[in-house]
Design a protein. Structure first.
Length: 124
């Protein structure tokens, strides 16, 4: 079994398919790498040096930014990677209508049933 998986040639991280221990030499799709610290299965290992502020690429796309310098062969995870994906704690940008653009009308409170009381019914 391969020790790690790269999804795209563009990736600068690989996903460990098993625990990787420091000092282990691995070949990941013809990229030679010496593991520099413990990498748990399912976590990412840096395939190249990644500077703070640089994009971390997995699946051929940026999954976040390095919050610190990440050395080749080291663990990439929440301690050195910041992502806005799936973060409910970040304020989301709000659409600002342009002059002359009408926003959608409010939804029909009766939901097509001809009444607004919160009771069940069958729509005919």
């Amino acid at each position: 079994m391969k020790p790690a998986l790269i999804i795209s040639e563009r990736d600068n991280v690989a996903t460990a398919l098993e625990a990787l221990e420091p000092g282990r030499a691995i070949d990941v799709d013809h990229r030679n790498l010496i593991v520099r610290e413990h990498i748990p299965p399912g976590h990412k290992v840096a395939l190249t040096d990644i500077n703070a502020g640089d994009a971390v690429i997995k699946y051929g796309s940026a999954i976040g930014l390095a919050t610190a310098a990440i050395a080749k062969g080291t663990h990439v995870h929440t301690h050195n990677l910041s992502s806005s994906r799936g973060r409910g704690d970040l304020e989301q940008p709000r659409a600002t209508p342009q002059p002359g653009v009408r926003l959608a009308e409010p939804a029909d409170p009766s939901n097509g049933f001809g009444r607004t009381e919160p009771v069940g019914g069958v729509h005919e």
